[in-house]
Structure formats: structure tokens, C-alpha cells
Design a protein around this ligand. Structure first.
Ligand code: NAD
Length: 362
């Protein structure tokens, strides 16, 4: 029986990297039935919304999706289709492995960090009060009344909201992941010294959860110190678990350490449901040029294979990608400097497929 997977090519460079990824996934020999779903700019034109209901129905039905990036619409609809999707499906865990592959031009070798980002809370909940709105005025009055603090009358507000339930389930997810993947250490990232009610709750909840996993090392770090330590000595970190905003920022930092967004895969995971997508966005300036690196999306495909229980195929595909990188002949512009001229998105797919075929003929 083929696996039924919702396939969302997205927009911008999404369709190009999705096509390349679909090809390499099929070349592993694993059988898929792709439930093609149009979201983003194309859906806006066809259905008047970048996120039609049928997409949510398809993911809820198939329980697993492979998704390309989607441009955040400016001036209409959702603040972000990607954020909306994660919240509507309650995909509370964002998993982003950042690993150096031999041959990648980066000053850092031996990095193997897994980022576990909380995906549904924090400043992303969208509770905002516009400057000089009646709601902002009420909030200013409340703050003055309850805390005795004077707030500037022309202030705008974005509320940072972190719950105990949300903190518990994401830190539990990080420890379960560590346990299942033989990882040694979980580090919780926060700024609890300043934001005691939100980050303090996240940290204290993580400490409680850690007691259930005495065999896994646990420590915590303040987010600014983490930034410095990541640049100095990233190899010291194993699994990082972070609230939403820090998770977003640190994912990009770690992607930079291991060669850039072209090599940074990801997954958004809920209870029995998962959407696999690269960390990068729709890179509008490269649309239709057969230029960008499809490996971030291909590595998201590797994660999808693991999720489906296709471990051997996942390892084979990752190895094929790693070999193409190491050879340095069929790599895109972003993995410079390299003595060979860069190739396009589709040529990378051809090279990875050739490696898979070599293995099956060996
Ligand atoms: P981006 O990630 O799309 O691109 C930034 C730059 O990174 C590109 O110009 C390019 O130089 C490089 N880059 C990105 N992907 C690459 C790849 N596969 N290979 C090689 N180089 C690559 O970020 P942006 O320009 O800030 O965002 C563009 C749009 O994408 C925005 O509308 C944003 O909201 C959206 N976005 C979507 C998602 C998602 O769908 N999950 C994630 C991030 C951003």
C-alpha cells in the first residue's frame, strides 16, 4: 500500500524544491500516493484564500504532509499561512536538525544540534493592541491600576503568552526525542531572569519534566549566552528546547553554522499528525530560475521517511545527499566556495537519484 501524503508545493521557489524532493523520495523505492494541495499565492487566485479548508481536511485525513514554503501575504488574509497551519492543526513541536555534512563550506565541523521549538505560543499567538486603539488604552489603564506603572500613551502591544501545558508538552517532546534517538543532553533556552512569568514558567516546567528522565543530562542557558556559545563552540550542544520566538531566531543561526538555509530541514509535529517543510521561505528573488538548493526540502523528506517508519530508505537517501555534497560536483550556488561551477535545482535531484541507483545496483 502506498503512503498517502498531502503534498503542498507552496509558492515562490516551493514548487521547484518540492518537485526535486518528490523525485528523490520516489527513487528510494518507497511508494507514495500524493494528495496534491494548492496553498499560497496559487490558492489565493483560485479560491480567494491562501489556505483553503480542503488543505486542512487533507492533512487531517492523511495525517502527514510534505510542504514547500509559502509567502506571507502582505495586506490581506492571514498574518502568515505557515503560522496559521501550525496553530489550526496544533502542530506544537517544530523539529529542526542542524548538522554539518563533510564538504560544506563552513568554519564549523562536527555540529549536530537538534532544535525543538515550541510552535503555538509566545509572541506568535497574535494578541496585539494597536497604538492609540481603545483596547490599548484599556490595557494602559489596567497596568497603571494593577502595577502602578506609567506606560507611554502612544505604546503598541504584542502579548507574550506561555502556558504551563504548552511548556510541559514541548519539553516532554524534547526528552522523548532524546530518548528515542539516543541523544545525551537537553538544554532549555530562556530569558527567565527578565521575563519571570513567561520564560520563568517555561524553565520551571522544563525542570519538572527533566526529573522524569534522570538518564538524560539536562541544563539551561540564557538565550543571549547561547548565541555567544553557539558561535564559539557549537559542538557542545545536543538538543535545544526553546519557546517559539527564540526557536525561530536560533534555528536560523544554527542553519548558518552548518552551511545555510539550503541545508536546514524541518518538521512540525502534533499528536499523530506531522507536516514536513524546510526552514527557509519562498525566496522570491530566485523564483523560476532552477537555482536554489533543494537539499533542505530533501532532508525534510528524510525526516518524513523516518516518521513513516521507513528507516532504511531514510538512511539511504540521507547518505546519497551527503555523497553529492562531499563530491562537490552537483551542488548549488549557496555551497560556495567550490572549484566546480554551481548546478541548478533539478541537476541536484538527478545527482541524488544517480547515487540512489548506484547503491541499489551495488
Ligand atoms: P527566505 O528563506 O525565503 O530567503 C532568504 C534568502 O535565503 C534567499 O534570498 C536566499 O538567498 C536564501 N535561501 C533561502 N532558501 C534557499 C535555498 N533553498 N537555497 C539557497 N538559498 C536559499 O526568507 P525571506 O526572503 O525572508 O522570506 C520570503 C517569504 O517566505 C516571506 O513571505 C516569508 O514570510 C516566507 N517564509 C515562509 C516560510 C514557510 O513557508 N515556512 C518560512 C520562512 C519565510
Amino acid at each position: 500500500m502506498p503512503y498517502k501524503v498531502t503534498l503542498i508545493p507552496g509558492d515562490g521557489i516551493g514548487p521547484e524544491v518540492t518537485k526535486a524532493t518528490k523525485m528523490v523520495l520516489e527513487a528510494t523505492g518507497v511508494k507514495f500516493y500524493w494528495d496534491l494541495s494548492i496553498a499560497g499565492d496559487g490558492a489565493q487566485d483560485l479560491f480567494g484564500t491562501p489556505l483553503p479548508d480542503y488543505i486542512l481536511d487533507s492533512i487531517n485525513r492523511n495525517k502527514v504532509a510534505l510542504k514547500g514554503p509559502i509567502t506571507t501575504p502582505v495586506g490581506y488574509g492571514f498574518r502568515s499561512v505557515n503560522v496559521a497551519l501550525r496553530r489550526l492543526l496544533d502542530l506544537y513541536a517544530c523539529l529542526r536538525p542542524c548538522k554539518t555534512y563533510p564538504g560544506v563550506p563552513t568554519p564549523y565541523q562536527g555540529v549536530d544540534i537538534v532544535i525543538v521549538r515550541e510552535n503555538t505560543e509566545d509572541l506568535y499567538v497574535g494578541i496585539e493592541f494597536e497604538r492609540r486603539s481603545p483596547e490599548a488604552a484599556k490595557l494602559i489603564a489596567l497596568i497603571s491600576e494593577t502595577l502602578g506603572e506609567e506606560v507611554k500613551k502612544d505604546s503598541g502591544f504584542s502579548i507574550k503568552m506561555i502556558s504551563e501545558i504548552g511548556s510541559r508538552r514541548i519539553t516532554k517532546f524534547a526528552f522523548e526525542y532524546a530518548q528515542n534517538w539516543g541523544r545525551k543532553k537537553v538544554t532549555v533556552v530562556h530569558k527567565a531572569n527578565i521575563m519571570r512569568s513567561s520564560d520563568g514558567l517555561f524553565l520551571n516546567t522544563a525542570r519538572e519534566v527533566a526529573r522524569d528522565y534522570p538518564h538524560i543530562e539536562f541544563n539551561d542557558i540564557i538565550v543571549d549566552t547561547l548565541c555567544m556559545q553557539l558561535v564559539r563552540y557549537p559542538q557542545q550542544f545536543d538538543i535545544l528546547v526553546l519557546p517559539n520566538l527564540y526557536g525561530d531566531l536560533i534555528s536560523e543561526l544554527c542553519a548558518g553554522l552548518v552551511g545555510g538555509l539550503g541545508l536546514a530541514p524541518g518538521a512540525n509535529i502534533g499528536e499523530g499528525i506531522a507536516v514536513f517543510e524546510p526552514t527557509h521561505g519562498s525566496a522570491p528573488k530566485y523564483v523560476g530560475q532552477n537555482k536554489v538548493n533543494p537539499m533542505a526540502m530533501m532532508l525534510s523528506g528524510v525526516m518524513l521517511l523516518h516518521y513513516l517508519g521507513e528507516r532504511e530508505a531514510a538512511e539511504r537517501l540521507e547518505e546519497a545527499i551527503a555523497q553529492v555534497i562531499a563530491e562537490g560536483k552537483s551542488i548549488t550556488y549557496d555551497l560556495r566556495p567550490n572549484p566546480n561551477p554551481p548546478v541548478g535545482t533539478s541537476q541536484v535531484a538527478d545527482a541524488v537519484i544517480a547515487k540512489l541507483e548506484e547503491k541499489s545496483n551495488a
